[in-house]
Design a protein around this ligand. Structure first.
Ligand code: EZ4
Ligand code: CO
Length: 404
């Protein structure tokens, strides 16, 4: 069997998505998500110029060999563009293998290790009251876990807070040339504990609560926040500091028992091996699309399983339904699953990517169709041309560029 065709489909049903579709000489097709928010066309070019030419004619059943060929064979290893491109190929080949076997991909990964995949929603509001109303909405929908983000008094805009109220989809990539926001750690640290005091008082001890710091703090600031949030029993504090310096997490760890989650921007196991082996984190947030596909993500989660670290994959709206479908096959099969982020896509996006996964009672369930159980409607996709959109840039009040 050979790969007869491969193409990159860029579509913007409300936001941009890059999808790789691989077709075999027997007419079996597979899809992989290659979306890298704000850098979509870089991955599309990488696939078109450097990957597709070497895929044609290859045996689609050789998933590991293809992964190694694209990773080692490039000479230039790692990086978000390369790893998202490799992820797309890997995901599409797992889809094809499942269809060949007549089995959903989770069966090829060892079968179900649990009944359903617990997901968390993203409740947000400019004020604490608005955010609490959103938490209530998620509870009503059946969610067992909710991440809570609010505006910070004195700051005009805050990451994680939607401008468009009532939409469950939060989308920060809002203009072709990045918009700019202003940040104050002092104002933020004074405010966040009050949010979780309200949430626990209103929703009680059962609901799992989470919070995303979005890389804004230093380790000692994060340590203070973790300690102040301890009374509210968070499931995790997310991305407290940027994580290029993995040893920085030691300092946070020394001071707080609030569980830590990090890794939505990681692209290989080398971004987190110290975090995992030194047990500096509790959840690893790597994803199928940004961390080298099912093959590499499973390698990361297997390492994590040795060190009491559980999975907590990113699942914002910039990860397409193809990524979500693939993530659920991994989540249901691994021993050390923790939690899966689930930000709902818009109806336009769901229509472009018909899928068989479903939500019920706070759980997502992967499709039982052979392969991943997700596809792309190419005719519909073609109706939504690419629109440039970037993530914001963030500055301190004195104008210093900070982490967004
Ligand atoms: O800002 O996915 O946990 N979720 C997040 C996201 C990220 C976007 C970046 O593309 O932090 O909302
Ligand atoms: Co995050």
């Amino acid at each position: 069997m050979k790969i007869a065709d491969a193409k990159v489909i860029v579509t913007c049903p409300g936001r941009n998505f890059v999808t790789l579709k691989i077709v075999t000489d027997e007419g079996i097709s597979g899809v992989g998500d290659a979306t890298l928010n704000g850098r979509e066309l870089a991955v599309a070019a990488y696939l078109n110029d450097h990957v597709i030419p070497v895929l044609l004619g290859r045996d689609p059943t050789r998933i590991e060999d293809t992964w190694q060929y694209l990773y080692r064979g490039a000479y230039w290893r790692r990086g978000p563009v390369t790893m998202s491109a490799i992820a797309a190929v890997d995901t599409a080949l797992w889809d094809i293998k499942g269809k060949l076997a007549g089995l959903p991909v989770y069966q090829l990964l060892g079968g179900r290790a649990r009944d359903g995949v617990t997901v968390y929603g993203h409740a947000n509001g400019e004020t604490v009251d608005e955010a609490m109303a959103e938490v209530a909405r998620y509870v009503e929908l059946g969610y067992r876990a909710v991440r809570v983000q609010t505006g910070v008094p004195g700051l005009a805009t805050t990451y994680g807070v939607t401008r468009e109220r009532g939409a469950l989809a939060y989308e920060p990539a809002d203009s072709a040339i990045p918009s700019e926001s202003v940040w104050s750690t002092r104002r933020y640290l004074a405010h966040v504990p009050t949010v979780f005091a309200s949430a626990r008082a209103e929703f009680g001890p059962d609901i799992q609560l989470l919070h995303d710091v979005h890389h804004r703090l230093t380790p000692i600031e994060a340590a203070r926040l973790g300690r102040e949030l301890e009374p509210y029993g968070l499931t995790w504090l997310e991305d407290p500091v940027p994580a290029e310096l993995q040893e920085g997490f030691r300092l946070i760890r020394q001071h707080t028992t609030t569980p830590l989650a990090v890794g939505e921007v990681f692209n290989t196991i080398w971004d987190c091996h110290q975090l995992i082996t030194e047990q500096l984190i509790d959840y690893i947030r790597t994803t199928v699309v940004h961390a080298g596909g099912i093959t590499h993500l499973r390698r990361i989660f297997d390492l994590a399983s040795l060190y009491h670290v559980r999975s907590g994959s990113h699942g914002a709206t910039d990860l397409s339904p193809v990524c979500m479908a693939a993530a659920l096959h991994v989540d249901i099969a691994i021993p050390n699953f923790g939690l899966q982020e689930y930000m709902r896509h818009t109806p336009e996006t769901d229509a472009v990517f018909p899928h068989g996964y479903r939500f019920a009672d706070g759980y997502l369930y992967p499709s039982d169709e052979p392969g991943l159980g997700v596809d792309i409607d190419e005719e519909l996709a073609a109706l939504y041309p690419y629109r440039p959109a970037s993530l914001p840039v963030n500055r301190l009040e004195d104008g210093t560029v900070h982490n967004w």
